[in-house]
Design a protein around this ligand. Structure first.
Ligand SMILES: Cc1cc2nc3c(=O)[nH]c(=O)nc-3n(C[C@H](O)[C@H](O)[C@H](O)COP(=O)(O)OP(=O)(O)OC[C@H]3O[C@@H](n4cnc5c(N)ncnc54)[C@H](O)[C@@H]3O)c2cc1C
Length: 319
């Protein structure tokens, strides 16, 4: 991703006034942690083509401070786009239910001035896909600068906790396709805030041209050669001359993980990508079969064999 979200200073945290502190000799009980999900009006400030089918939308939301953690996602309700009206009515008739908001991980990090999401277009494959995808083609190809939209956020269990350094000094990111988005936020945040962490990124894509944030990852790796290692693995492209740069061919395997994660008991893993979804389950059931494991199930299986414990792993499914 080109420098989509210029870094801004973190907002100052207001300190309690001395008068208020003096008037309250007994400390009040700690405030319950409130979820701050809210609707926010946003305007597309930039639309950056990352690859042929993936666009980063940089969102201007005014000057309010928006609180989120690296790895969180927002949601976008497709009903707000007039151009989708016919599609919505047709799909809702066919499916017999209202279309729900779609989730998008934040590509931006909390220290950055603008929000950003990176959306990969889903395709309709004749004879294979039951319905055409609804929202992603519009966000990727038909949401120019100046488009206004309502976003809702921010939430999710896939985030970098503030005390991460007390658990590990080595984060392993295992991602496929747009599953890189929340990890990109986590990585940027970790470097921008000076966290003492090493990062190993194992990133699976079909082809070299499908890799999202490729140049940004390269730049960051050059800047922090001791702290960031990126291993690309391509399932469709032959690797050719790129093998000498460490690019691999094939899916993420136990062998690859053994090689690049020599310290499995010490790491924390963030893995994100396609997983068995509700439609896969339905299709498999109709055939009397079990759904075939997808990226996430395969990675979790390898991690188990590697001896990484469940509590060391956070995972998020886009399936
Ligand atoms: C937490 C989270 C974070 C995410 N973050 C990102 C992100 O950062 N970037 C990103 O690109 N995506 C992300 N996603 C995925 C995103 O939410 C959407 O699922 C994706 O953009 C596709 O939406 P769509 O409206 O284009 O397609 P949909 O209309 O949702 O269709 C998707 C697929 O499901 C099939 N389908 C739909 N309904 C049925 C049905 N009834 N029966 C059978 N098949 C059906 C369609 O044919 C199509 O292939 C995230 C998902 C989650 C859960």
């Amino acid at each position: 991703m080109a420098e989509a979200t210029p870094a801004g200073s973190p907002p100052p945290v207001p300190a309690p006034s001395p008068a208020a502190a003096a008037a309250a000799p007994i400390a009040p009980p700690p405030e319950p942690v409130r979820r701050k999900i809210k609707e926010v009006e946003a305007m597309v400030a930039d639309a950056i083509a990352e690859t042929d089918d993936t666009t980063t939308l940089v969102l201007f939301t005014g000057n309010d401070t928006l609180e989120y953690k690296p790895g969180h996602f927002l949601t976008i309700d497709p009903h707000q786009f007039a151009a989708l009206d016919r599609w919505l009515r047709f799909l809702e008739d066919q499916k017999g239910k209202r279309e729900s908001p779609r989730a998008y991980s934040l590509a931006s990090a909390p220290h950055e001035k603008y929000l950003a999401i990176t959306v990969k277009e889903e395709y309709y494959v004749s004879g294979q896909t039951k319905y055409p995808p609804l929202l992603s083609p519009t966000l990727v190809k038909r949401t120019p600068r100046g488009t206004k939209m309502t976003i809702t956020g921010f939430t999710g269990a896939y985030f970098l906790p503030p005390d991460i350094e007390s658990h590990t000094d080595h984060l392993v990111h295992i991602c496929a396709g747009s599953g890189m988005v929340p990890n990109w936020s986590i990585i940027k945040h970790a470097f921008a805030t000076g966290l003492k962490l090493r990062h190993t990124v194992i990133y699976s894509n079909k082809t070299w041209d499908d890799i999202i944030y490729r140049r940004d990852l390269d730049d960051l790796q050059r800047k922090y050669p001791e702290q960031l290692r990126v291993v690309h693995t391509l399932t469709r492209d032959s690797v050719g001359i790129r093998a000498s740069q460490g690019v691999r061919h094939g899916r993420i395997s136990l062998e690859l993980l053994k090689e690049v994660v020599p310290d499995p008991s010490a790491v924390r893993v963030y893995t994100c990508g396609p997983a068995i979804g509700v439609w896969d389950r339905q299709a498999a059931k109709a055939k009397g079969e079990q759904p075939a494991p997808r990226f996430l199930e395969a990675v979790l299986g390898c991690l188990e064999q590697l001896g990484v414990q469940k509590q060391q792993i956070r995972h998020e499914s886009y399936g």
